[in-house]
Design a protein around this ligand. Structure first.
Ligand code: SF4
Length: 616
């Protein structure tokens, strides 16, 4: 029976040059699907406890989903994971574009890289033929020229390239992996892991169509998405027309735009960088990921005497507009577009870069950076020059950029005093540009997501399912639709209950990894700033209490089958999810579920009156 799962993981050891194929079996893919669950499996079983994230033993895992690469809008997603050099915990990030689909079309469901090459190399994957090639001539270059050079060298303009920029080479702890020049696996510093392995790029070309078991539901869904994109008022029409930048205006109106290191909820002139301004001033055209008719990706072109921005590097999404725009107090659209281009050619995560710069600006404003010889002028809220200079300095670890390249939490601990109190992070990962004080989803997501302050980090079910199946979060597919597409692609007869179990399995595996690496329940919380009121805007009297978050987290543990106090999975939860304690060496990280009390020992009297004590 045709199926989208190919049962092939490509394995590469860069220390000894060994390349081999692993076939984990279809039952492995059915129980782990892809994305986070596959990554968690490899991190738990193959990385020794306590290893440094930049040590060659770390595994860099590229995990496709079962639907990645099929002819369906939103199916161009893949995940990348490793132990994070930023958080020291479970690291994972997702990307769109074409690279993941191309790897699937080359016949691979995943790629796991270990070891470290002696000198810079790149991987060349042409269907089932895989080579490790010299990349010394590419080292030190930014992403655009590297992609062009590789395509020329390999004699194929359709080669897809995932790569690191100078930031990854310089082990910036939030360096990203850039594919197709404008799509990134941005969060948790995976570019630094790639850099630590002396791996500059992975070039891929696949010549096979990914098979599916049943084409009809997939074609019907693709037609529905196309209709909903083109029709005014359709489910995807707004996204297609404006892209993610539309959020700047709505958040500004509602008072939870991310402004000046999360202090304020509104910013004067914020609409100067919103989607309407972008369409009028800088957008060249809208582009898409593999097979997606929504086309929500902006390509920006600027060609003035002062600023030049090339469309090949895409355009700023909402996260970037907020991270290096409003969060640093900037409303200069030219500067934000230039900054976005720099982040993509240098290979830096825009969220962590912007958040770290914004934190540093607050430190400079309040004199806490004086010992570093920095004054408010060199790191000033609202100064485009400060932001653009700092992006460059961080990527090359120059001057104060070397300190900020460590990420805001490590930098705060280095400068000492009370600097850490102002870092907006969860588990060491800078919080994404959605304020949990105003958004319940984020309030529920940030404290418990295994990666930390990540808005797509899959602490919740909807994001988890899409992450592991390989679907874009923006497509209006509900859980039933995601399941229908998964079954149509694979030929499985998965039920909603079985799909739910994969969600629980992935979260529990990632939890075990984090517990093993020293995380405690105390890390499942929001940063101090989230318990202060938003300083400016209509939500300025709204306070999020610490007890509200603690109670939510305890309830979340219980729902997962983890103990309420420490968040350690119960042994019966692991048994139910078929997680092998011995294989994962996690016996000491689990809890025994308290035995239910015998009926006769109930510490209260059962009442047969169901009126709950109320008298009529
Ligand atoms: S909706 Fe946008 S981000 Fe998602 S797959 Fe389509 S083009 Fe890519």
């Amino acid at each position: 029976m045709p199926t989208s799962v190919q049962n092939q993981i490509l394995r590469v050891n860069l220390s000894n040059g060994r390349i081999w194929t692993e076939k984990p079996g279809i039952s492995f893919f059915r129980s782990h699907l892809g994305g986070r669950d596959v990554i968690a499996h490899y991190l738990l079983t193959e990385i020794p406890k306590g290893s440094d994230a930049l040590d060659p033993v770390n595994r860099l895992v590229f995990a496709m989903g079962p639907v990645t690469g099929i002819a369906l809008p939103g199916a161009g997603r893949h995940s990348v994971g490793a132990k994070s050099p930023l958080t020291g915990l479970f690291g994972e990030s997702e990307a769109g574009g074409y690279w993941g689909s191309e790897l699937k079309q080359a016949g691979w469901d995943g790629l796991v890289i270990e070891g470290k090459a002696e000198t810079p190399v790149y991987l060349w994957i042409k269907d089932q033929v895989v080579e490790i090639r010299d990349a010394r001539h590419l080292w030190g270059q930014v992403t655009g020229p590297v992609e062009a050079r590789l395509r020329e060298e390999l004699g194929d303009t359709q080669v897809r390239v995932a790569q690191i920029g100078p930031a990854g080479e310089n082990l910036v702890r939030y360096a990203c992996i850039v594919n197709d020049l404008n799509e990134v696996a941005g969060r948790t510093g995976l570019g630094a892991v790639m850099g630590s392995k002396n791996l500059k790029a992975i070039a891929v070309r696949g010549s096979h169509r990914v098979e599916v078991s049943d084409t009809l539901p997939i074609k019907t869904t693709a037609r529905w998405v196309a209709r909903e994109t083109l029709g005014e008022g359709g489910a995807h029409h707004r996204l297609h027309t404006w892209g993610t930048g539309a959020m700047v205006r709505s958040k500004q109106l509602e008072g939870h735009l991310i402004v000046r290191n999360f202090r304020d909820g509104q910013l004067d002139h914020a609409t100067d960088i919103d989607a309407i301004t972008m369409q009028n001033k800088v957008v060249d055209h809208m582009d898409r990921c593999f097979a997606c008719s929504v086309r929500c990706k902006k390509r920006v072109k600027i060609d003035t005497e002062q600023v030049k921005v090339e469309p090949k590097y895409g355009g700023p999404e909402y996260e970037t507009l907020a991270a290096i725009g409003t969060n640093t107090g900037i409303t200069d659209i030219m500067a934000v577009c230039k900054g976005n281009e720099m982040l993509n050619y240098l290979g830096l995560d825009s969220i962590s870069a912007g958040a770290t710069i914004a934190w540093a600006m607050e430190m400079a404003e309040t004199g806490r950076f004086a010992a570093q010889g920095l004054d408010e002028e060199s790191l000033r809220f609202g100064s485009p020059k400060s932001v653009l200079d700092m992006i460059e300095k961080i990527a090359y670890r120059q001057g104060v950029g070397d300190l900020l390249a460590e990420g805001s939490l490590r930098a705060a601990r280095i400068i000492g005093g009370d600097a850490e109190k102002y870092v907006v992070h969860v588990k060491g990962l800078e919080v994404a540009m959605h304020d949990p004080r105003a958004m319940k989803d984020m309030r529920d997501n940030y404290p418990v997501t295994p990666t930390g302050g990540d808005h797509t980090g899959a602490g919740l079910k909807r994001t988890s399912v899409r992450n592991t199946v390989g679907l874009c979060q923006f497509l209006q597919y509900n859980d039933a639709k995601a399941l229908e597409l998964l079954n149509a692609a694979t030929g499985w007869d998965m039920t909603p209950e079985e799909l739910h179990e994969t969600f629980e399995r992935g979260l529990t595996l990632a939890r075990l990894f984090n517990l093993r690496e020293g995380m405690t329940a105390d890390d499942d919380r929001l940063p101090d700033r989230m318990h202060e009121p938003i300083r400016m805007g209509p939500l300025n009297n709204h306070i999020l209490s610490r007890s509200e978050i603690r109670d939510y987290v305890a309830g979340y543990y219980e729902e997962r089958g983890w103990d309420k106090e420490h968040g350690r999975p119960y042994t019966d939860t692991l048994a139910h999810l078929n997680i092998d304690i011995d294989e994962h060496d996690v016996a000491n990280l689990t809890s025994e579920r308290p035995a239910p009390l015998a009926v006769g020992a109930l510490p209260y009297t059962l009442s047969l009156d169901d009126s709950n004590g109320h008298e009529e």
